[in-house]
Design a protein around this ligand. Structure first.
Ligand code: ADP
Ligand code: S3P
Ligand code: MG
Length: 181
């Protein structure tokens, strides 16, 4: 599969909690690719946790850092890149994402909420009604996620390993076939 991909990067997009970071790591291993998580790069570069950046500098500053990181990672090849759930919001980010194959991990709000109900690391979910907040974020973002090359619909019981396998199985269907002469 990695030879079929010819070094093209895989970008995982989708709502927070859907498993981009977890599945991305597994995919990288299976493809013998490097792994990058844009949130980790941002946090390391800023020397702060993501929620600290939101608190102290605001979401707009975070989004700028996110675009900066994305523009830098897309210069490399053979990477699986787990993005943050809001990467799809800026139009300029799509020009970077389209350097590679874009995979949307899509799960119902109920599945995501069951994973993140006690999470304190996602600043956008520190809300009086986090499930409703997830619902409205998904409604706003769904048409953007839908611009991905591949959509993987995830059910509650699927393990990260099963999801990674499904991503790998879906790749050939979207790769351009070599021109035969
Ligand atoms: N397929 C899965 N089944 C059960 N739990 C999962 C699955 N994928 C991820 N998780 C858990 O859900 C939480 C969010 O996963 P994460 O990979 O950080 O998602 P994202 O990067 O999309 O926000 C983590 O606690 C992770 O261990
Ligand atoms: O959906 C979002 O806007 C965000 C998702 C987070 O990443 P994950 O999708 O990896 O949780 C992180 O980038 C930040 O909290 C904002
Ligand atoms: Mg993540």
């Amino acid at each position: 599969m990695s030879s079929l991909l010819q070094g093209v990067n895989l970008y995982l997009i989708g709502m927070m909690g859907v498993g981009k970071t977890t599945v991305g790591r597994l995919l990288a291993k299976q493809l013998a690719y490097g792994f990058v998580d844009t949130d980790d790069v941002i946090a390391q570069a800023a020397g702060k946790f993501i929620n600290q950046i939101f608190d102290e500098e605001g979401e707009a500053a975070f989004r700028q850092l996110e675009s900066d990181v994305l523009s830098q990672v897309c210069a490399f090849t053979k990477l699986t890149i787990a993005t943050g759930g809001g990467i799809v919001l800026r139009r300029e980010n799509w020009s970077y994402l389209h350097h590679g194959l874009i995979v949307w991990l899509d799960a119902p709000v109920e599945v995501i909420y069951s994973r993140l109900a006690d999470d304190t690391t996602r600043p956008l979910l520190q809300d009086s009604d986090p499930q409703e907040k997830l619902r409205s974020l998904l409604e706003q973002r769904q048409p953007l996620y839908a611009q991905a090359d591949i959509r993987i619909a995830i059910a509650q019981e699927e393990t990260p390993e099963q999801i990674a396998t499904r991503v790998i199985e879906a790749i050939p269907s979207v790769l351009k076939k070599p021109v035969s002469h």
